[in-house]
Design a protein around this ligand. Structure first.
Ligand code: PGA
Length: 254
């Protein structure tokens, strides 16, 4: 069985003090939960302070982005080596990066390759836009994002893939459990083509987009979903920890 994952993506929210307060509230509520990989991705500026607080707990940290070069004259960028000191995961290819910062499949591919070099686990996001969904392009779009993003990547189960339909992110309109399950099944089929079934069947594939403590249960009852990438609902300690608890109950009830 694949260990379920619940990852929180705070996006550009929470200063250092707010982040510390969140961890103080959330940690006691999830401390006893083993068997779910719990990841929080705060802004870069909070990573250092939180890193000390979660040391030796079941809460792991990730970043929300990085540059692919390890060091040098790249004003304003953060390198994989710098992140490795502070966290274990990095979200790459998020649709907000693709949309607002013009990140291409090629750039995302470089970042994924570079994350592997320092043993940061990429949380690689793929997903179609509304217009693509409505015109029946979902499968093609995701196939292209996956094959381009994973180009020259050595097959590895140390990657997490997040299916995040762009139309479901921050809109309150999550994909239905059936829809999410079907697309994730197609993602795994593509992975099997690329990497062979042995590795592909070990890779965790998450759903993301308007997850709440209310809709998470039905989503996670689907066999193809290994967990969730949670944006808005990860900003409230209670909601985030409720989602983690539900993930534990549902995935370990099988
Ligand atoms: P949301 O964001 O849960 O607020 O829709 C998800 C994401 O962007 O990862």
């Amino acid at each position: 069985m694949r260990t379920p994952v619940i990852a929180g993506n705070w996006k550009m929210n929470n200063c250092v003090q707010e982040s510390i307060k969140f961890i103080k509230t959330a940690l006691p509520m999830i401390e006893g939960i083993l068997g779910v990989e719990i990841i929080l991705c705060p802004p870069f500026t909070a990573l250092h302070a939180i890193n000390k607080m979660v040391f030796n707990t079941s809460l792991k940290l990730g970043a929300q982005n990085m540059y692919f070069e390890t060091k040098g004259a790249y004003t304003g960028e953060i390198s994989p080596v710098m992140l490795r000191e502070l966290c274990d995961y990095v979200i790459l290819g998020h649709s907000e990066r693709r949309l607002y910062f013009q990140e291409t499949d090629e750039l995302i591919n470089k970042k994924i390759l570079s994350a592997f070099e320092v043993k940061l686990i990429p949380i690689f996001c793929v997903g179609e836009r509304l217009i693509e969904n409505e015109s029946g392009q979902t499968q093609n779009v995701i196939y292209k994002q996956l094959t381009a993003g994973l180009k020259n990547v050595t097959p590895s189960s140390n990657i997490i893939i997040a299916y995040e339909p762009v139309w479901a992110i921050g809109t309150g309109k999550a994909a239905t459990a059936i829809e999410a399950n079907e697309t994730i099944r197609l993602i795994r089929e593509t992975l099997i083509q690329l990497w062979g079934s042995l590795v592909a069947k070990q890779v965790r594939i998450l759903y993301g987009g308007s997850i709440t403590p209310v809709n998470i249960a039905e989503l996670l009852r689907q066999p193809e979903l290994d967990g969730g990438l949670v944006g808005g609902a990860s900003l409230k300690a209670r909601d985030f920890t409720d989602i983690v608890s539900l993930a534990y109950k549902i995935k370990h009830a099988r």
